[in-house]
Write a protein that binds this ligand. Structure first.
Ligand code: ADP
Length: 598
């Protein structure tokens, strides 16, 4: 061998050595090419790196050219390397198209599941408002709670897939922080009370930012999952939600949330596992407490998506603390960022004419009945074309438009209505939940968007918001109509809510109303006495007693103020403006009592 050949040989050896190095960094499937063993992980992106490095190697060898390159055995090696590269490339394309199929499958699944769920949940709600025997009522309540549970599981699975596919986008909207905290605590009060454990909200409204900018739904989901677990895995003692401000500048606030329980605790070994999907500490807890093992992995991913991290401190049989921090932009409360209160649900639509465009017979029934119950008149079109034919700007105040329909879909119908110069408010109804879908509806010309399955209140709120927002939106009907169609005298209690609460029995409802009417003066007595006695313990326990009664009346604003007053009264914090809040509550309860008497 001449000197030149020797150099080529050394270069080739060096090249082969680099391929061997590649072998050690890539795990997975083994490809054997003569003396070359290349392991390629088909799932991971580093196959691109392999492919790129092999290309570089080949071009280096190519540059040497000459006789060595034409030798048959060497040529074979090169050919096989090249065929490996093309295999890798086609695997890569295959993997990409599988990922694409997966995400469109998910989007479709989400649509396919949500549509029938909307029917099941909506019809159950409607059935619950009819006259039922005790047994029928019991069975329906079971259907209602099973479908609620099923929806949570479906949403968890879809959420997790969405996060994994990188498709979950977070909202950036202003929200009242204290509302999120008190409503999530409120959800678990009954459950904690039923188990005989104490649920403590350890935070002071005065030390917290008023308005945060971010995704309130996801914050609620994180807190809900953690408090739900804490209550689930605690048999005696307490569950505490503590919220602290770690750092606050004019613009941002770093918040620390700690959910502590005195429950069964988690061993060191299990602590490293429980954030993995489908992972539960042990099979006996699954049998005893149920669950899917998805909650904590979603919590971890949601916190991380918002730039934070979750830690656990736990000891078996003593209890656990889950701690996470998130940085939020914050603002002071102002007229523009006070969310519309649920009180606006106390209403009657007094003959408001709504055009419903929907092809699914079950959803037709649900929406028509829900809206008729609150006094609206619903006219039905079964597809976009029929909607265009039927729409009458003199008559229809709002259009509810399903987006997926045969003959002509909602997007096309909305576009045509807008091109025809009609500016009637249109609320798009869709089973898709993504921001992309929302944008699609809005860019077609819809004013609002409601994703299935929606609760009756959500539907009402969207319609009501529209009527309220009439003056600011360029809508089709004139202001004179507003006074006749919208908001009759607002009620401080919700008859349907209470009737629903007592399983549809008018008789029971009237009895409960009588009872509440006789209780309110007693609450008022304690509240009035507080101003002179300043006995916050008595105040706290009185709030605790009145809470469930007021809750039954469906007035969330009064209910929330009682919940917060109880928290404040029990906190022993003298700096809190208790008297002021008591004063406001006295006024509200008096108004409520007047209305109940009327
Ligand atoms: P799920 O509760 O649906 O099983 P999670 O992902 O929320 O799923 O929780 C996973 C597991 O972690 C639970 O099954 C339980 O074993 C354990 N775990 C979670 N929170 C607590 C807690 N507060 N106390 C004790 N164990 C807990």
């Amino acid at each position: 061998m001449g000197a030149q050949d020797q150099i080529k040989q050394i270069r080739l050896e060096q090249a082969l050595e680099r391929i061997r190095v590649l072998e050690t960094i890539i795990d997975g499937k083994e490809h054997e090419i003569n003396d070359l063993k290349i392991k390629v992980n088909e799932k991971r992106a580093n196959k691109d790196v392999v492919s790129m490095m092999l290309c570089t190697l080949l071009s280096e060898i190519d540059e040497e050219g000459g006789e060595w390159f034409t030798e048959e055995s060497n040529l074979n090696k090169i050919n096989r390397l090249q065929s490996l590269i093309s295999t890798l490339n086609s695997k890569k394309n295959e993997a990409e198209s599988i990922a694409e199929m997966k995400s469109s499958f998910l989007a479709n699944m989400s649509h396919e599941i949500r549509t029938p769920m909307n029917g099941i949940m909506g019809l159950t709600k409607l059935l619950l408002n009819t006259r039922l025997s005790g047994k029928q009522n019991e069975y329906l309540r079971a259907i209602e709670s099973s479908s609620d549970t099923l929806l949570v599981i479906i949403n968890d699975i879809l959420d997790l897939s969405k996060i994994e596919a990188g498709k979950l986008s977070l909202e950036k909207k202003e929200f009242l922080f204290i509302n999120i905290l008190s409503s999530v605590v409120g959800v678990f009060e009954g459950k904690a009370l039923g188990k005989g454990i104490e649920l403590v909200a350890n935070y002071h409204q005065n030390n917290l930012p008023e308005v945060l900018v971010g995704d309130s739904v996801r914050l609620n989901q994180i807190l809900y999952n953690l408090i739900n677990n804490a209550v689930k895995f605690t048999q005696e003692g307490s569950v505490t939600l503590a919220v602290n401000t770690v750092e606050m500048s004019d613009k941002d606030v770093l918040l620390k949330f700690t959910i502590t329980d005195t429950g069964i605790g988690i061993s060191q070994e299990q602590q490293s596992q429980i954030f993995n999907e489908f992972s539960q500490a042990n099979s006996s807890t699954t049998r005893e407490f149920g669950g899917t093992g998805l909650g904590l992995s979603i919590v971890k991913k949601l916190v991380e998506l918002q730039g934070g991290s979750v830690t656990i401190v736990s000891e078996e049989e003593k209890g656990s603390s889950f701690i996470f921090e998130i940085l939020y932009p914050h603002k002071k409360i102002s007229e523009s960022n006070i969310p519309v209160s649920n009180d606006s649900l106390d209403f009657n639509l007094g003959g408001l004419k709504i055009l419903l465009v929907e092809d699914n017979p079950v959803n037709q029934l649900v929406v028509t009945d829900l809206l008729s119950e609150v006094g609206a008149e619903v006219e039905l079109a079964v597809n976009g074309q029929e909607a265009i034919n039927l729409f009458n700007p003199e008559k229809h105040a709002v259009i509810l438009m399903d987006m997926q329909m045969p003959v002509m879909d909602g997007y096309e119908a909305i576009r045509r209505l807008r091109n025809g110069g009609f500016d009637v408010p249109i609320i798009a109804l869709t089973a898709h939940v993504s921001e992309v879908e929302m944008e699609k509806c809005k860019s077609a010309g819809a004013n609002e968007y409601l994703s299935k399955p929606y609760k009756p209140q959500e539907l009402y709120q969207k319609v009501i918001q529209f009527i309220n927002a009439k003056e600011v939106l360029p809508l089709a009907f004139n202001l004179a109509d507003v006074n006749t169609v919208s908001l009759n005298v607002p009620k401080l209690w919700d008859r349907n809510f209470l009737l629903d609460y007592v399983g549809g029995s008018e008789q029971l409802m009237l009895k409960i109303l009588d009872k509440i009417k006789s209780e309110i003066p007693k609450y008022l007595e304690v509240l009035i006495a507080f101003n002179s006695e300043l006995n916050s313990k008595k105040l706290g326990s009185s709030c605790h007693k009145m809470k469930p009664n007021i809750q039954m009346l469906g007035n969330t604003s009064i209910y929330n103020s009682i919940v917060q007053l109880e928290i404040d009264a029990r906190s022993n914090d003298e700096s809190l403006p208790l008297q002021e809040k008591v004063g406001l509550l006295i006024v509200k309860l008096k108004e409520l009592l007047e209305e109940l008497k009327a």
